[in-house]
Design a protein around this ligand. Structure first.
Ligand code: ATP
Ligand code: MG
Length: 392
């Protein structure tokens, strides 16, 4: 079966051999029971970080303060974390310091939702103290323990509940939802970087519309930028496996307050560049793409802009397949394929270089793209001499 899972089993066996406990925990157990693709397989152990480092020859300290050591087992990275609780919560945020504990039960108790609070032994025995398996069967996201206290400990959990509802297509358990509605304003205490991370994950899920609905129902939308309540229906068809597409779409739906969104969510330069390009491309689509648009935007950018129009149920008079077809049948695919450059123009015009050359090059590019002139030196020379009224 799964490679990561096998590596985790090998790691557990070595830890047990050294006299400690170790189990698979969290998301991997949840996804295993859901028969979904398991990605990171996390291991929890009774061994202290320094003891883990003694057992394995190759480790990386990725979060020693939180008790996490990355073990490289035959090249496969597995995160191994010592059983812990989270100590004291201040200002509704997750604490920096943790307390190591001896029992797995205590470790599972600090976890956010029942579906994330299960463990599995190397033999596949499920340790399920909070009814996570039942909640998976009923497709429910339920806080471990009293939901209000858990959200007051770490308010990000409210947004995680929404994100998991979108990721798994589950609903929020009644009391868990009620608690979020009561505590929603606490999300203002959470660092924007953590909010950014959760929403980035949410954009890549299969049920973003359900997630945005949950944001609105839970009242969280009120304390986040983006007018989710007002724009709800624009999210109905949204679907992407790239988080930056989600951010760009959010920006599009809020383009009159673009900078507010960018600042609030602390979008990165990479995200900002992508957003600028896609929004320009989308604007060009509304004015009907010409040859230059097909030439200068990447196929993926054109397709994202096309999706934006479709998701908003705007009429686009061609099919998506058409984009790749038009783009690939352009006379040239990149500027270096143009048969002439500035040096040619200078020679033909017997003029010194200057801003006029850029004008001429742009005009030549458009003429070639539109098929007004063949892309070879001879035809371009004739075109140039004629276009710029130069005596031959
Ligand atoms: P995925 O990787 O699919 O996003 P995951 O369950 O692995 O899902 P992570 O954010 O990677 O989610 O966290 C790993 C585990 O750590 C969770 O399953 C949960 O048990 C615990 N956890 C993470 N964040 C919190 C939190 N804020 N409060 C309590 N427990 C948490
Ligand atoms: Mg994970």
């Amino acid at each position: 079966e799964n490679k990561d899972w096998q590596a985790a089993i090998r790691v557990i066996e070595k830890i047990e051999k050294a006299g400690f406990e170790a189990v698979v925990v969290g998301g991997a157990v949840r996804d295993f029971l859901l028969k979904q693709q398991v990605h990171d397989v996390d291991v929890a152990t009774s061994a202290m970080p320094n003891e883990i480092k003694k057992i394995f020859s190759s480790t990386v300290d990725i979060g020693i303060a939180h008790g996490t050591v990355l073990v490289l087992d035959e090249g496969q990275p597995i995160e191994v974390t010592t059983y812990r609780t989270e100590g004291i919560y201040i200002d509704f945020r997750r604490p920096e310091e943790v307390t190591f504990v001896k029992s797995l039960e205590k470790d599972l108790q600090r976890r956010d939702f029942t579906i994330n609070a299960m463990a599995m032994t190397k033999n596949g025995e499920l340790i399920d103290i909070y009814g996570g398996k039942d909640d998976i069967e009923h497709q429910i996201i339920r806080a471990v323990g009293d939901p209000n206290s858990r959200f007051r400990e770490d308010a990000l959990r409210m947004l995680r509940a929404v994100r998991f509802s979108a990721q798994l297509g589950f609903s929020l358990e009644k009391n868990t939802l009620k608690a979020i509605q009561q505590d929603s304003e606490l999300i203002e205490f959470i660092a924007k970087e953590r909010i950014h991370m959760e929403l980035s994950k949410m954009w890549m899920t299969q049920n973003v519309y359900a997630g945005v609905n949950a944001l609105v129902d839970s009242n969280l939308a009120k304390y986040l930028k983006g007018n989710f309540r007002k724009n709800l229906e624009d999210w109905k068809y949204f679907n992407s496996n790239r988080s930056e597409v989600g951010w760009a779409y959010l920006c599009l739906l809020n383009r009159t307050n673009l900078n507010e969104i960018i600042d609030f969510y602390k979008l990165s330069n990479r995200e900002k560049n992508f957003i600028r390009t896609v929004l320009n491309c989308y604007q060009a689509l509304l004015n009907h793409w010409n040859e230059l648009d097909y030439f200068q935007y990447d196929l993926s950018t054109l397709e994202v802009a096309y999706d934006f129009a479709i998701w908003q149920q705007k009429k686009v008079p061609f099919r998506k397949e058409h984009i790749a077809l038009v783009k690939s049948s352009l006379p040239i695919q990149s500027l270096n394929q143009l048969a002439v450059n500035g040096t040619h123009f200078k020679e033909w015009a017997s003029k010194k270089g200057g801003p006029w050359m850029k004008v001429a090059l742009d005009a030549a590019l458009v003429a070639v793209l539109k098929g007004h002139v063949k892309n070879d030196e001879q035809h371009l020379k004739e075109w140039f001499l004629n276009e710029f009224n130069i005596e031959g």
